[in-house]
Design a protein around this ligand. Structure first.
Ligand SMILES: [Zn+2]
Length: 325
């Protein structure tokens, strides 16, 4: 984990492995401080707070959650008394998709040898994902701290003369997707609408909505973008991400028309220029999302998580690459 200053008053804390849960955080160091996203477990959140404390005088008074996923909200509880701002959908969605008990159960299962053997037979993907997470994370002690200030389409903060715009762009990767624009400093904190050099994992939303959001970020013309996952970038990161999603959607359509299942398609579609991105087999999720659209299913259809991780595992095995999430 490292902290980088990206403009006069904006900082980013970047996780460097860029695997699942390795999310980035931001700080706008004005008017009491605003933290953007709070990491995946308490140890990472404390490390982030420690890093940011080098540039802000006290605990920040505000937290923004870019969306509801666990890896962006599980440090919230450490910001006692802070105003937590997010899209109106986020509190309910957090209860649905970021229940810490589910994750605690999974890691305790992987930690026990007997349960692990059984799990490996039933759900090799979940077992492998659990093992990977155990290398870096411990979900004990996490309790949901829900957002306290909710907005619908747009929310603006005036930090002693520095405007901060929260723009709702979901659902493209998740229901609550929000980007944070600091126009004066030409910075965008993109949350998970942008993955950089690691394969995007989209849950709820449509490709079209995602393209619109990426176009919007380009129009804002920032100098620096902090992705939800992966290293800092400029507009080139947005262009690459859009090209990736277009490539996957086009390839998925060919496979769909040929009658393949989404798993067969994910095994067959070449990684192409994206083979070097972290966890390339996560492409399965993007193929499955495309299939849902081709079948006219609602963008908020739920995911069977064990089946999804198993499918990513099988794609990696079929392609002879390291299993990574
Ligand atoms: Zn994330």
């Amino acid at each position: 984990m490292k902290m980088t200053q990206i403009s006069d008053n904006c900082y980013a804390v970047l996780n460097e492995k860029n695997r699942v849960c390795d999310a980035n955080s931001g700080l706008i160091n004005r008017a009491g401080g605003v933290v953007i996203d709070t990491q995946s477990d308490l140890a990472h959140a404390r490390q982030m707070i420690e890093m940011f404390s080098k540039v802000w005088p006290a605990m920040p008074q505000r937290v923004i959650n870019t969306h509801e996923d666990a890896d962006h909200v599980w440090g919230n509880q450490l910001f006692e008394g802070a105003e937590i701002i997010a899209h109106r959908s986020v509190p309910e969605r957090m209860k649905q998709v970021a229940d810490p008990k589910e994750f605690q159960k999974m890691l305790h299962g992987v930690g026990s040898l007997l349960k692990r053997v059984v799990l490996k037979m039933l759900h090799p993907g979940i077992e492998a994902a659990g093992e990977q997470l155990l290398e870096d994370y411990n979900f004990d002690g996490i309790e949901l701290a829900l957002p306290t200030t909710l907005f619908d389409t747009r929310y603006e903060l005036d930090l002693d003369g520095t405007e901060v715009h929260l723009i709702y762009v979901g659902p493209c990767h998740q229901v609550g997707d929000t980007i944070i624009h600091v126009p004066k400093e030409r910075v965008v904190f993109a949350g998970d609408v942008l993955f950089r050099q690691c394969t995007p994992m989209g849950w709820t939303g449509s490709f079209e909505k995602w393209f619109q959001c990426l176009d919007l970020i380009s129009e804002l013309d920032p100098d620096v973008i902090v992705p939800g996952h992966g290293p800092l970038c400029g507009i080139e990161g947005v262009t690459e991400m859009k090209a990736y999603l277009q490539y996957i959607r086009d390839e998925s359509k060919r496979c769909f028309d040929a009658g393949l299942t989404s798993l067969e398609a994910a095994k067959r579609i070449e990684f192409g220029p994206y083979a070097e991105w972290r966890a390339p087999a996560r492409l399965y999720m993007n193929v499955e999302r495309a299939y849902r659209e081709f079948r006219n299913e609602p963008p908020d259809a739920s995911w069977d998580s064990p089946a999804t991780f198993d499918a990513i595992y099988r794609v990696a095995k079929a392609k002879g690459i390291e299993v990574e999430f």
